[in-house]
Write a protein that binds this ligand. Structure first.
Ligand code: LLP
Length: 413
């Protein structure tokens, strides 16, 4: 469900033809549909209406200020993994008191910054991290609310680089260790346990792993309460999958129906940390065909975007649908779609059946709104793409294209 659709031969983002955006702003170009992102937030929020809940958008998925502002205005909280992300949330008008801070390697400076901004809580991933938070909070004469991120050892059946909830992963603590850390926390003066958190992976396309993990979490929370821990929140993380190709992820209503009963049993405010679900299908990467290169063995469609702009295919062999911004008549082709970077990993698709294309055509990589621009780099001294936000018939630059001078600015030769 997104607002990128063909009207006759032209791809539109909401009310704006995408080829017009490519001509106006240049390529490569990220184009976001504000109303697709808002729809996803609203659909999930309404599906969870029967549960006391807060949706904390996972900033890592797309941290553009305009995207954050959209969710802040819709009433979202935020899941952050660095002080930089908190800084962005505040700059976008988000409420730091609705921010939850995850990550295995928080520095003292980051902890101090977050305490100063009075975030909702820290999601703690080790006993040594909790000791550090306690020490920083003592120095600042305050108390830090926290949870232990538990690792329920549930296989989320997703790509090995984005599964996080098994004991093979660096994330969280097993229930036994987590229980000991909660107990040890009772003896620390500047930390207070208020929540339990889990996050089992990303791009999860069935409800089963959630049901299993929530079941385990429920038993753990009951044990903690028996020990006198005041569990006010339960945070079940993010991970809801989207359609890239032919996946059939649960709808928000199906997701809510599958877990709602169990979640209510917690008798706590439930936090969700979706990233991809809220923004993934709300963004595309538009890139222009430079050459069509034919060898004795293969055909390559060489475009002006590269793995520095969208690294998901190179990193996870991720599939992104590719469509022309204006459909043309003629015979299709089977080709690798590749960028200009000096790496064999610089591809967007391999042996892909494509519709008719010519040099100069703009094409769109679909479902690139999550983990797209945020994972981009300046590799090969390539300025990063511009980002455009479309809202109905309106469109505006929400991040200008970088210049060569931007790239050189921090350096001294
Ligand atoms: N909460 C925590 C603690 C997380 O680590 C993550 C994602 C999320 C929430 C949001 O997960 P989501 O709802 O977006 O699945 N770069 C990879 C995805 C990495 C996900 C990392 N953690 C990709 O492009 O597929």
């Amino acid at each position: 469900m997104h607002r990128f659709e063909f009207r006759k031969r032209r791809l539109y983002c909401e009310e704006v033809p995408v080829d017009t955006l490519a001509a106006t702003y240049g390529t490569p170009l990220y184009v976001y549909s504000r109303n697709t992102m808002l729809d996803h937030f609203t659909r999930l929020d309404s599906a969870l209406a029967g549960i006391d809940h807060t949706i904390c958008f996972a900033v890592k998925a797309n941290s553009n200020l305009a995207v954050l502002r959209t969710f802040a205005r819709a009433g979202a909280g935020f899941d952050i993994v660095s002080a930089g992300e908190l800084y962005r949330v505040i700059a976008a008008g988000g409420d730091p008191r609705k921010a939850v801070f995850a990550g295995v390697g928080k520095t003292e400076d980051e902890i101090a910054f977050a305490l100063g901004k009075r975030i909702l809580f820290f999601s703690v991933e080790s006993d040594v991290e909790l000791a550090r938070i306690n020490a920083v909070a003592r120095r600042l004469k305050t108390t830090a609310r926290f949870c232990i991120r538990v690792n329920p050892n549930v296989d989320a059946h997703t790509h090995k680089y984005i599964t996080t909830g098994t004991h093979e992963n660096k994330f969280g603590l097993d229930f036994a260790t987590a229980g000991k850390v909660y107990a040890a926390a009772g003896r620390m003066k500047n930390v207070r346990a208020v929540v339990v958190q889990m996050h089992i992976g990303s791009q999860i396309t069935t409800t089963r792993p959630y049901q299993m993990a929530v079941g385990k979490l429920l038993a753990f929370v009951a044990g903690l309460r028996a020990l006198g821990v005041d569990v006010q929140y339960v945070d079940i993380g993010g991970g809801m999958g989207i359609v890239y190709r032919d996946e059939t992820p649960p709808t928000p209503v199906a997701f809510a129906n599958a877990v709602a009963g169990r979640l209510k049993e917690f008798g706590a405010t439930i936090l969700f940390e979706p990233g991809r679900f809220l923004v993934g299908s709300g963004g595309i990467l538009v890139t222009r065909v430079q050459y069509i290169k034919k060898t004795a063995h293969k055909t390559f469609v060489i475009v002006d975007g590269g793995m520095n702009d969208l690294i998901r295919p190179a990193l996870y062999e991720a599939y992104h649908e590719i469509v022309p911004c204006v459909r043309r008549a003629g015979k299709g082709l089977v080709a690798d779609v590749v960028g200009p970077i000096c790496e064999s990993g610089d591809f967007f698709a391999k042996d892909r059946a494509l519709p008719a294309l010519k040099a100069g055509d703009a094409i769109a990589l679909m479902s690139a709104g999550a983990y797209g621009f945020v994972m981009s780099s300046n590799y090969n001294t390539r300025p990063r793409a511009a980002e455009i936000m479309v809202d109905g018939a309106k469109h505006r630059v929400v991040r200008r294209r970088e210049t060569w001078d931007d790239l050189l600015a921090p350096e001294r030769g």
